[in-house]
Design a protein around this ligand. Sequence first.
Ligand SMILES: [Zn+2]
Length: 293
Amino acid sequence: MRPRSLTILVAFLATGLNAIAQMNPEERAAWNKPVKPFRIIGNIYYVGAEGVSAFLISTPSGAILLDGGFPETAPLIRQSVSELGFHLDDIKFLLNSHAHYDHCGGLTELKRRSGAKMIASEGDSTYSNGGWTLNCFDKTRPFPPVRVDRIIRDKETVELGGAILTAHLTPGHTKGCTTWTMQATDSGKAYQVVFYCSTTVAGNRLIDNRAYPSIVSDYEQSFAKLQNLPCDVFLGPHGSFFHLDEKMAALQSGRQDAFVDRDEMRKFVDQSERDFHEELTKQERALKGSGIN
Ligand SMILES: [Zn+2]
């Protein structure tokens, strides 16, 4: 193998690692900066940090929390929940967009403190010793895995106090990546809210992925599925996905519907699909260049 091919091969193999695993401490700290909690629309509140989201859905029978950020985001979420006037033990269900440690890392502590039931997809969980646990790991700061109380399947719902959240399995980014939808009512109007999982490649190996052979077709099916989801309010696991900063500023300046945008998700899915195909081509070329295929 020539040196150039070797370089390409090394670069290619590096893309097989999870990009999240290589996050530097400065970036991680920047993502974990606190955000003043606020009501997004209807009964949906933002309780996450700057770079990693967490959403609280309040109902008369308690609350649902979607995502827990990094392990070190859990205290921020606790603080945000109480700042909004809720109690941690109001939380009855914990949901997760996907089992990457920047979205599931805080769930262990949040579950321990709230006593809420953890609901997750089979693809993002592992069955052992008679029970399920979330596939949530952080190599740099290990923590005990969170026990899953209920496995959720495609189109199944989580219901609490009149709120109905529907799970849409949109695998690719992770095997069990789950996009959640619900209807929110604000000033007498109903809005379709989508909590997007993620469709970025984020260091995933797309070619010859032995641990996940169907990864490419899963991504493609997820793009098609997401294109067809009605969406008035587009939310996601990272504020950058849905322009959190700008919308927060607009909301603070009095625009009550700052988070309503009916075209946003479609555009996001289109762009993400283009990025995916570009990355796929890059990985195919890298593999050919390496001469190992
Ligand atoms: Zn992720």
